[in-house]
Design a protein around this ligand. Structure first.
Ligand SMILES: *Cc1c(COP(=O)(O)O)cnc(C)c1O
Length: 363
């Protein structure tokens, strides 16, 4: 007799999300978590105060339409409120995007390696991932992605800057790509790291969204805005898509605390931007130091660097772990290191140096 309930077969093919590990304490050392691309700065006092005040109303449901944040975002980006759709982090919005575009068996094209939530949300919907390998320089191969489109393709994800490797696509390459993609396929530009992108030829995704009726832009408050723990993200999309996204949202998913914090953070962006600039400066410092040591680190426009360590990835992560630095290994491929506190960055540079020397003397 079978005691198990009947679950969807598709679940067998859903990979588990491996979250960045928490920092592990090591005696005599401050432990740092640089495994989840979080903002190392604590919340701004002004934001914390708004959230603290809002906490007094947690017995009430939030505004299901997330009206105040929608208005603030529409004003900030000069788009109609009808083109904003919010969700529980941009991962929440991502799941909504797949739900509104894909029936079982439909295809979602994205670069690989890229954000590890992509294969999960695609598989959960019963859709099929079409992963297009990155180039040698860890960038999107947009022409190969265009060539991967079939009559089953319903959604294309372009992650720029790309998590976990770092490079950004250019505006020109993105426009050329969009011109080659059938206009009934939704193309989502995932800009989780937008604020860190200092490349001169970086795409102006909102301008591109205005030019192409099949483009949507995905953004989050989790990284530059430092609200990862509150779960709020959004899409800027044309009205048909945005309306569908609102239909697919978890009812009351965006909490009142998240909404208030996001509004306060938009208002305080000048202050947050100073932190973003400091992190970008640290990124450039770490990148230069690692390259100086001889590492082939790809260009990065985000708040992390990628070490293409291949089979040494797990060993390197263990060495770091032993010295109080928790980062994110992708076994057999590479290691993603978030730019964090200055001391964490210094320690990363030191360990990377030692690791290289050890490997050199061993070979
Ligand atoms: C971190 C990240 C997100 C944002 O996740 P949230 O759900 O908003 O916290 C989205 N896309 C990519 C590529 C990311 O790295």
């Amino acid at each position: 007799m079978n005691h198990g309930v009947r679950l969807r077969k598709t679940l067998d093919g859903v990979p588990a999300y491996k979250p960045g590990k928490p920092a592990a304490p090591v005696e005599g050392l401050t432990a740092y978590k640089i495994s989840s691309n979080e903002n190392p700065y604590p919340p701004l006092p002004s934001v914390l105060q708004v959230v603290t005040e809002a906490a007094g109303s947690m017995n009430r449901y939030p505004d299901m339409a997330v009206t105040a944040l929608t208005d603030a975002l529409a004003e900030r980006w000069e788009v109609p409120t009808s083109s904003i759709a919010t969700g529980t982090g941009s991962v929440g919005v991502l799941a909504q995007l797949i739900n509104i575009t894909c029936d079982p068996g439909d295809e979602v094209v994205y670069a690989w390696r890229s954000f590890e939530a992509y294969p999960i949300v695609v598989a959960l919907a019963g859709a099929t991932s079409v992963q297009v390998p990155l180039t040698e320089t860890a960038e999107h191969d947009l022409s190969a992605m265009a060539a991967a489109v079939t009559d089953r393709t319903r959604l294309i994800l372009v992650c720029t800057p790309n998590n976990p490797t770092g490079p950004s696509v250019t505006g020109a390459a993105l426009r050329e790509f969009l011109a080659a993609v059938p206009s009934d396929i939704l193309v989502v530009i995932d800009e989780a790291y937008l604020e860190f992108n200092t490349a001169e030829d970086a795409p102006d995704a909102l301008a591109i969204y205005r030019e192409f009726p099949n483009v949507a832009v995905l953004r989050t408050f989790s990284k530059a805005y430092g609200l990862a723990g509150l779960r709020v993200g959004y899409a800027v999309a044309h009205e048909d898509v945005a309306t569908a996204l609102r239909k697919a949202a978890t009812p009351f998913g965006v909490s009142m605390l998240a909404e208030r914090a996001a509004i306060a953070s938009l208002a305080a962006y000048d202050e947050l931007e100073l932190r973003v600039k400091a992190l970008v400066q640290e990124r450039e410092r770490v990148l230069a130091a690692l390259r100086e040591q001889g590492w082939a680190v790809p260009d990065t426009q985000a708040n992390f660097v990628w070490l293409p360590l291949g089979d040494d990835s797990v060993d390197f992560a263990s060495s770091c772990q032993a010295q109080g630095l928790t980062l994110r290994p992708f076994p057999g491929d590479g290691v993603r290191c978030t730019i964090g506190e200055t001391e964490a960055n210094d320690r990363l540079i030191e360990i990377a140096q030692e690791f290289r020397q050890l490997r050199k003397s061993a070979s």
